[in-house]
Design a protein around this ligand. Structure first.
Ligand SMILES: [Fe+2]
Length: 177
């Protein structure tokens, strides 16, 4: 998959950017994806400055956000009746990779590794885009049958009334189509 559409080169750096093309039709999932992308950009920044402490901290935040995000996403998938076994495996895979990256950083007497830093950023930047653009996009058609700002705690209310914030939802649909 070509990633150039989502990358902006600024001087010597390459940053990922969330665009409407990456919307999966639900605000809370989109917001979490924006945060994931932002943290992957922070990994790139820590690599550039070779700050091991910063990188460890960013990876820790990335792991925590990924855990919350995957849990939310799997609950949304369950709600809309989307089979999520493969996604679950993909979630476990990237969590394991992030933990390995963290463990590598705290290995005593291991200096900064340019090749490891490059490998980590390439893996994370490829993963986050494929995760959104390919894996999560499979949920879009089903998520779009709910209001854009539908959240998991809305389930009981939505089941009772069948609608939520329709004006905001319609406004979003007009923008994205
Ligand atoms: Fe996701």
């Amino acid at each position: 998959m070509k990633l150039t559409w989502a990358k902006h080169t600024q001087g010597y750096t390459t940053k990922l950017a969330w665009t409407m093309l990456l919307s999966v039709g639900n605000k809370s999932i989109d917001d979490e994806h924006k945060k994931l992308i932002s943290l992957v950009n922070d990994v790139e920044r820590a690599n550039r400055t070779k700050q091991v402490g910063d990188l460890f901290h960013v990876l820790k935040r990335l792991e925590a956000l990924a855990l919350t995000h995957f849990d939310n996403e799997e609950r949304f998938a369950d709600l809309v009746g989307h089979p999520f076994e493969e996604h679950h495996l993909e979630h476990q895979y990237i969590l394991e990779e992030i933990r390995n990256m963290k463990n590598e950083l705290v290995t005593p007497d291991k200096g900064w590794s340019e090749s490891a830093a490059e490998y980590n950023y390439n893996l994370l930047s490829e993963w986050v885009i494929v995760h959104i653009r390919v894996d999560d996009m499979q949920l879009k058609a089903k998520l779009e049958t709910y209001p854009y700002d539908f959240t998991l705690p809305d389930i009981p209310k939505y089941r009772a009334t069948g609608q939520l914030n329709t004006d905001r939802d319609n406004a979003f649909r007009r923008i994205t189509r």
